[in-house]
Design a protein around this ligand. Structure first.
Ligand code: DGT
Ligand code: CA
Length: 571
């Protein structure tokens, strides 16, 4: 779909106008249109063909024309004109956290810096401090941001890699005679970031499958093409992701799947166990002397080692093998156990879809309830609601609960935790909500002691029910805050405040190991998507994956409980 391509161009136009110091209103209208396009589920090409571009909310005539222009010619003239006014690399500098349009302009005009690499060198050699508003601290921050950016460039977020892998496997199922077909590796283990996509297949016709794989749409380079292994670079939103396809004999399917799923540490542990039993384990099977004793299924491989099968998400050599040797692998929480969530935004603050749209999408997912939690007043960047505006919505929630029979809409808020640990709304306001999520959105650099006290003050607050994205990290953009998580887990467990796995793709906060520690400290965990558009609700799958990486069962997960029990927990 061209939706994303046009959205990217609109965002870039907004960036360029911003650097040029143009009218703020125009900039906002481009940004808003970019978000709308990104969230749009219909194909914009269909809308153009049917003359319905004007039906996209927030898109006026001028922007509509640009959309049509892109769909018919593959370019936007205005975008190209603006681009010609910038040296290549200038816009990349905006990806460095802390560098906004105004700083880009200063750096470009005063120091002639027009790309990230030169910026890095200038920070290293302390040239930046010559510019007004830049000091030693800013230089350090910029260097760290550039490092983070580089780290982020070598990995893909789970949700994005998963979308690419699904595209590839759907394509192969349609176009080639594949039998078994699974994306293994870190993706199958639901790791929050992955380096590449490892696909395994069985087939009667390896040549046809390899041919379909190496010629599928989006392939930019074929690094290897063979009947047992092919490797391609695939275009994924302007970056390249490596996709490996290995074709294996049906008799080795289980062994290959087990091997390629990993993790490496898990595999090494299994191999040592095999050796102790006089067996040899590799990706073709388990062998005693030269005869094969297992390999057709994953179960057979584990069973030959005296182990029960275990979910891929657990395979990190963190005690799961010992558990399986006792047959004590727990039944982990599953997608189907979750029947609602709490962290959902609407266009009343920084979401793109309306309250009704978000509610109906949650209903369509088969949920029993959804909690809506728009931002509080201090979240200026997120258009936070004043207390009056927030409470004024309550009647609409009551009405909506009557209209959507058999479905419950919980009236919530994502309330900022202010610098000293106070909440952004007064107690009189907070008590009016069905539930309150506390969240840090500012002052990320407090020292660890103050930060821990700040967060725990909110955790202990009688009206706060859930602590959102506890470390506030953003993968590839922002380091986690300095906070003593063990103290936070202990406070949550004691206060009866749930702690969140925020499944927004670049957050994944808490991550698997952290959520496991939280569970072990006695916490209840809420798995949320932090949705800002209706399609985001589907990210629950990755939140549940992370919960499984934390070994959580349905009992540990607040949104897998019956609604009445959840209400009691909130009270
Ligand atoms: P990543 O970095 O996101 O691609 O993570 P993985 O886990 O997908 O790692 P990758 O793609 O390097 O390898 C895929 C699987 O192959 C890995 O999960 C386990 C297995 N594997 C890789 N290297 C070794 C090794 O040295 N020994 C053993 N036993 N297995 C390995
Ligand atoms: Ca991999």
């Amino acid at each position: 779909m061209k939706n994303q391509e046009i959205s990217d161009r609109f965002n870039e136009i907004a960036d360029m106008l911003d650097i040029l110091g143009e009218d703020a209103f125009r900039i906002i209208s481009y940004r808003r249109a970019a978000r709308q396009l990104e969230a749009l589920t219909e194909d914009v090409e269909d809308l153009v063909r049917e003359g319905r571009v004007a039906s996209i909310p927030g898109i006026g005539a001028a922007l509509g024309e640009k959309i049509e222009e892109y769909v018919t010619t593959g370019k936007i003239g205005y975008h190209e004109e603006l681009r010609a006014r910038f040296p290549p690399g200038v816009l990349d500098m905006l990806r460095v956290r802390g560098i906004g349009p105004k700083k880009v302009k200063l750096l470009w005009q005063e120091l002639g810096i027009t790309d990230v690499e030169t910026l890095r060198k200038a920070a290293e050699t302390h040239r930046l401090r010559r510019v007004k508003g830049f000091g030693e601290k800013t230089e350090e921050k910029i260097l760290r941001s550039i490092e983070l950016l580089k780290e982020g460039e070598s990995v893909f977020l789970l949700a994005h890699a998963h979308a690419v892998a699904t595209m590839v496997t759907d394509y192969l199922r349609k176009r080639a005679p594949v039998k078994e077909l699974v994306a293994a590796g870190s993706l199958r283990r639901m790791k929050e970031t992955v380096h590449d996509i490892d696909i395994l297949a069985t087939t009667k016709d390896p040549r046809a499958v390899a041919e379909a794989f190496t010629t599928m749409p989006g392939v930019r380079e074929v690094l290897a093409a063979g009947e047992s292994k092919s490797v391609v670079l695939l275009d994924a939103e302007g970056r390249f992701i490596q996709v490996d396809l290995r074709i294996v004999e049906p008799g080795s399917w289980g062994a290959a799947l087990q091997y390629d799923t990993g993790s490496k540490d898990h595999n090494i542990h299994l191999r040592t166990m095999a050796q102790k039993r006089g067996l040899m384990l590799n990706e073709y099977g388990i062998f005693r002397d030269d005869s094969k004793v297992a390999g057709e299924t994953e179960e057979s491989v584990y069973s030959a080692l005296g182990l029960s099968w275990m979910p891929p998400e657990m395979r990190e050599d963190q005690g799961e093998i010992e558990l399986a040797s006792k047959g004590a692998t727990p039944r982990l929480v599953e997608d189907g156990d979750v029947h609602g969530e709490f962290h959902v935004h609407t266009n009343a603050t920084d979401g793109v879809d309306s309250l009704e749209t978000m509610v109906d999408q949650a209903k369509a997912l088969g949920y029993a309830f959804v909690g809506i939690s728009d931002h509080s007043v201090s979240s200026a960047v997120a258009f936070g609601l004043s207390a009056e505006k927030a409470l004024a919505r309550r009647d609409r929630f009551r009405e909506l609960n009557r209209e959507r029979k058999g479905f419950t809409i919980l009236f919530g808020t994502e309330c900022d935790i202010l610098d000293g640990g106070q909440m952004d709304y007064s107690d009189e306001v907070l008590k009016e909500f069905d539930f309150v999520i506390g969240a840090v959105h500012s002052r990320f650099t407090l020292p660890i002691k103050e930060m821990t006290e700040r967060i725990n003050a909110a955790v202990r607050h009688p009206y706060v029910n859930i602590l959102a994205h506890p470390t506030t990290r953003k993968i590839g953009q922002r380091d986690p805050i300095q906070v003593d998580l063990d103290e936070v887990y202990a406070a949550c467990a004691k206060a009866g405040t749930a702690i969140e796995i925020d499944a927004y793709p670049d957050r994944m906060d808490l991550n698997g190991p952290q959520a496991r520690a939280a569970k072990n400290a006695g916490c209840t965990i809420a798995v949320d998507t932090d949705s800002h558009a209706k399609d985001h609700l589907a990210w629950m799958h990755f939140g549940v994956g992370t919960a499984r990486r934390a070994w959580l069962t349905a009992t540990d997960v607040l949104n897998a409980w019956p609604l009445e029990k959840i209400r009691a927990f909130f009270r």
